[in-house]
Design a protein around this ligand. Structure first.
Ligand code: ACO
Length: 357
């Protein structure tokens, strides 16, 4: 009851999370058919056919124009903003964008995190932001704005895989938040801003950074089992494991593991890091199965997110922002869907406080 676990709060055509069978369907397509196969723009045409162009090439060009517009917000960044964490600075920048329920607002919202996150990362490192390039796809441009270099094909594919993999996922906490705000007709920007606040928490989108902290703390593959046992002994949760809905392996973890392996095969992934991650995953799964035999705790999307984004050059405090850059498609699509119902979300609470005198 307190976590609304079994409550169905919306009907959606956007995604189905089948926790029992470990399957994710996005707009009628299994994640396996999308991740690593389709661009982020292609998935946006599925999520938002009534708002954005349904032609991938047209949307690619429109999104590029929206990135150029978003860049105006970060061409020069004030020091107060740069001193914040990337997630908090992203939230502040997103709050400056215009609100509404039309296509231009939707496009700018979806484009903005891909521009703001690289600019903030660079600003925090004392570097100038790099402007977007209208000729690039969304994932390629995000990588180019991060490094200043033209990314390789496998890097572009890896980031596209990530953005597609996290683009939508049922009524997770941030998406539900977006729908609640959208139902008040506040506008896409308000819905996204509220969703970003929900995403920030470590039990939702804030987990991948701590996954790398965990790998650093373990240090070497042979120390994995001892470290994991000690953490569980202290009652700590292992970041990157467990999920509220999936009772088997998170299919997104597999999609990202495949992307990582492809990146590794092209020389884009440190083999020692991968070996350490594999030993920590194996030790964690063994220990979690022993500690919670009744609750199948498996590797979740955040574990491989951490490794993939690290290999692509994103610093760990920016991981939640990159997550937002992918999930924003789902947030806007759910906002749209909620608006179309014409219904304000307004649940009830049961009063358990003291009786009035
Ligand atoms: N490490 C250790 N123990 C765990 C973990 C974990 N990662 N996850 C769950 N457990 C334990 C719980 O403490 C609970 O123990 P208890 O019965 O003794 O109280 C038991 O397993 C059952 O927990 P659940 O009810 O299945 O977990 P819940 O649905 O409340 O939480 C959550 C799901 C928040 C994801 C949890 O597994 C967790 O905290 N994981 C670590 C953080 C993480 O990886 N977050 C990212 C999630 S993916 C995403 O949001 C995109």
């Amino acid at each position: 009851m307190s976590g609304l676990d079994d409550v169905i709060a919306a009907e959606t055509r956007l995604s189905e999370v089948d926790g029992r069978n470990g399957r994710l369907v996005i707009c009628g397509h299994s994640l396996d058919a999308l991740a690593g196969q389709q661009s982020y723009e292609a998935v946006l045409t599925l999520l938002l056919p009534d708002v954005l162009s349904v032609c991938e090439e047209t949307l690619r060009a429109e999104l590029a124009q929206a990135r150029l517009r978003a860049f105006q917000e970060v061409a020069s960044l004030d020091t107060d903003l740069v001193s914040l964490s990337v997630t908090e600075a992203l939230r502040a920048l997103m709050a400056r964008l215009p609100d509404g329920e039309d296509k231009s607002v939707a496009l700018l919202q979806i484009a903005a995190p891909a521009v703001f996150v690289p600019a903030l990362i660079r600003a925090k490192a004392g570097q100038q932001p790099i402007p977007p390039h209208a000729g690039r796809g969304h994932a390629a441009d995000m990588l180019a704005m991060l490094t200043g270099n033209q990314p390789g094909d496998e890097q572009i594919r890896a980031l596209d895989t990530y953005l597609v993999t996290v683009s939508d996922h049922g009524l997770n906490a941030s998406t539900f938040t977006a729908r609640v705000v959208a139902s008040t007709r506040a506008g896409y920007a308000s819905a996204v801003l509220a969703a970003l606040g929900a995403l920030k928490g470590p039990l939702h989108g804030g987990a991948p950074g701590p996954v790398l902290d965990m790998l650093d703390a373990v240090g070497a593959p042979e120390q994995a089992a001892g470290w994991v046992a000690a953490e569980l002994g202290k009652g700590e949760r292992l970041m990157g494991f467990g999920h509220r809905i999936y009772r088997v392996r998170d299919p997104r973890a597999d999609a990202l593991k495949s992307a990582l392996n492809r990146l590794g095969a092209s020389g884009g992934m440190d083999a020692h890091r991968l070996a350490l991650a594999e030993s920590v995953e194996s030790a964690a799964l063994t220990a979690l199965r022993a500690a919670k035999p009744d609750r199948a705790l498996e590797t979740n999307v955040e574990f491989f997110t951490a490794l993939l984004l690290e290999a692509l050059g994103f610093p760990r405090d920016a991981f939640t922002g990159v997550f937002a850059a992918g999930r924003i498609g789902g947030w806007v699509a759910h906002s749209r869907e909620q608006i179309e119902t014409g219904r304000l979300i307004r649940p009830q609470s049961r009063y358990v406080g003291p009786k009035a005198a």
